[in-house]
Ligand binder design. Structure first.
Ligand code: SF4
Ligand code: SF4
Length: 333
């Protein structure tokens, strides 16, 4: 089987593209309705320090642009085989084309020779100005319901300087700003980002450091520390903070974990809201595009009754709790 090798930047090295004048953007999507108030442009930055088993955006895990292979388009013409300067392609015993991931440098040459677009690079380097130009084009849609820009990922702290610059420029133009982050990174980076953020969504994956590492590849110590600091800072600056928990059955929905998350929230300065996002499988096909294995094939989304029971449980602690995210429609429909 093809091997998956992805680079991960070590903790604390957050500012990919050090000057922050440019960074790697996966996509900038218009007319989004689930990532903050009003109609929004969501800018997805590439790169994430976590490897959550349920990740629905594997294309955003690496900071560099990613080569994807869309099998359903491939005409088996073999034009890509000799074109690769790294000899990363090979024919297996059945005559099917495979890729040696350890050899591939993501140079993108094979995408240029493929006559049917079966190989594509996803993500590109953009300057702050280029991102702002896209945002400006959508600005007319922001007037309704306090719309604006949401920076998402990946993990925006992986490109903290770039993210801060985009947010600051939007802030200066009086465009509403929101972020989605897992809070794994340096506090000073997160603090700078929050300074220019109207609304912050911060994920909680699991309350237990050992299980957090098992499920995401990293301990939650720095994350919980950042959440406490962010809560105090948002209170001080009068920003809006919403904590989010993606509910993944069998992974983080034990009563013990829910209780510890409730106690964590109760202990935060500010009394912030909790959003429950039901686990979904919308990202599974992307694993195939990248030649990666999706490990939670047997996990099914939580039922509506399970989610409502969780909402009531958090409310019993005096926490404002709601169901959120686009995924909720598939559960409550
Ligand atoms: S991206 Fe470059 S190195 Fe990777 S398979 Fe294509 S041609 Fe080869
Ligand atoms: S060049 Fe494109 S169509 Fe031809 S074998 Fe390679 S991926 Fe398939």
């Amino acid at each position: 089987m093809e091997k998956e090798i992805h680079s991960m930047k070590p903790a604390g090295i957050n500012s990919y593209g050090q000057s922050g004048g440019q960074g790697t953007v996966f996509n900038a999507t218009k007319y989004m309705l689930e990532d903050g108030p009003g109609i929004r442009t969501v800018v997805f930055l590439k790169g994430c320090p976590l490897r959550c088993l349920w990740c629905s955006s594997p294309l955003c895990q690496t900071t560099e642009p990613s080569l994807v292979y869309l099998k359903y388009k491939c005409a088996s013409c073999e034009a890509c085989l000799p074109a690769c300067p790294q000899q990363a392609f090979f024919l297996d015993k059945e005559g099917k084309i495979g890729r040696n991931f350890e050899r591939c440098t993501n140079c993108g040459i094979c995408t240029k020779v493929c006559p049917v677009g079966a190989r594509e690079m996803r993500g590109s380097t953009m300057t702050v100005e280029e991102v702002l130009a896209k945002v400006e084009k959508d600005r007319i849609f922001y007037r309704r319901g306090s719309g604006g820009v949401t920076l998402s990922g990946g993990e925006i702290l992986m490109q903290a300087a770039f993210a801060t610059n985009i947010l600051q420029r939007c802030w200066d133009k009086l465009i509403h700003t929101a972020i989605e982050t897992c809070a794994f990174g340096g506090w000073e980076d997160l603090r700078a980002i929050l300074t220019y953020t109207n609304l912050a969504f911060i994920d909680i994956k699991h309350s237990d450091p050992f299980l957090h590492k098992k499920l995401t590849g990293r301990s939650n110590r720095q994350i919980l520390d950042n959440i406490r600091k962010a809560a105090a800072y948002c209170l001080e600056l009068k920003r809006h903070l919403i904590l989010r928990l993606a509910v993944v059955p069998g992974m983080n929905d034990s009563r013990e974990n829910l209780r510890d998350i409730a106690l964590l929230l109760k202990d935060l300065p500010g009394g912030w809201e909790l959003n429950l996002l039901p686990y979904h499988k919308y990202g599974v096909s992307k694993y195939d595009w990248l030649g990666m294995e999706y490990k939670l094939v047997d996990v099914e989304p939580p039922s509506r009754d399970q989610l409502l029971e969780m909402v009531q449980y958090f409310e019993s602690f005096g926490i404002l709790c709601s169901l959120g995210g686009a995924e909720i429609r598939s559960v409550v429909a």
